[in-house]
Design a protein around this ligand. Sequence first.
Ligand code: HEM
Length: 293
Amino acid sequence: MDEFERHGIAVVEGRDAAARALRSPELTSDPGAGSPSVLLRDGEGHTRVRGVLREIIGRLEPFPDSVRAEIEAAVGALGTSFDLVGDFARPVAGLVTAAVLGVPLDDVFLEHLERTTANLDVFGGVDRAAQASAFRLSVQLSRAPAEPGSGLAALRAAHAEGRLDDDELAINPVVLAHAAYENSLNFLASAGLTLASEAETRGVRELAAEICPARYVLRFGSEGPVAISLADGLPFGLGRHACPGSGVALAEAEIALRALSEVLSGGCRVEDVRWKTHPVFRGLASARVVVSV
Ligand code: HEM
């Protein structure tokens, strides 16, 4: 892949080679900057932080009826002309992200979350604007009131119990919000486009593998960085960092796409399809759906 090769990054492609690389003890997710983010470390620290996040995500399994009803209401209220990203995928992914943390998230929060894409390495990364967005959200979440029983309250309780240190508590609420939001946003919009443009229907698992919104994950070995392609049937990754939210992601997509198919049941046309250009995260920038009346 040009984008990576230009930066001297080796690429691993094909399902078997990717699976081996994802499970290899020789390759680490830690770029060496001492990041407290669950995504950018390995070893004891990773296992401990991941355990806390997994407990929080587990509160949405099985998927809560109240969030299901909110998704169905939001999608059911779409008019006869709407944007698949702004009007469909964004509200759905936003509702689920808010449910994961247990705090309401407004559009400004979601806009900053989208700007942080792939730049949550606020301790070692180089994209200053994206880091500023991540810091802003980190400060905002650190000040947000946490309802008892919410994901945010659980993160703070884990800190009080010594399971998370100060830096881990500062950044991982944003990492969790971003993980829950960005790939779901891209998946929902692309799957919505498939639904609106193709007669043939398929299940959400199949769609996730086909769309594969996170095209690559980055690892570091003795020879330097390695980009591992997930495009050959590994949309949720594999190994130590495999997506702990895949069950939530599939449940949310199932509900949202079923509601969307009802909105589109009388037929529709799609206009102005535009794609984002990010080398790792594949997603629609916008696509207008006009429902037949
Ligand atoms: C279609 C939607 C989604 C896709 C395609 C996706 C994909 C992925 C992938 C490929 C990884 C592995 C990253 C790596 O190996 O470096 C990952 C990690 C992660 N995902 Fe997801 N994800 C989705 C939705 C979600 C949701 C809804 C949540 C939370 C409810 C979530 C939470 C996480 C977390 C916390 C991690 C970090 C795990 C770790 O580093 O140990 N994801 N996701």
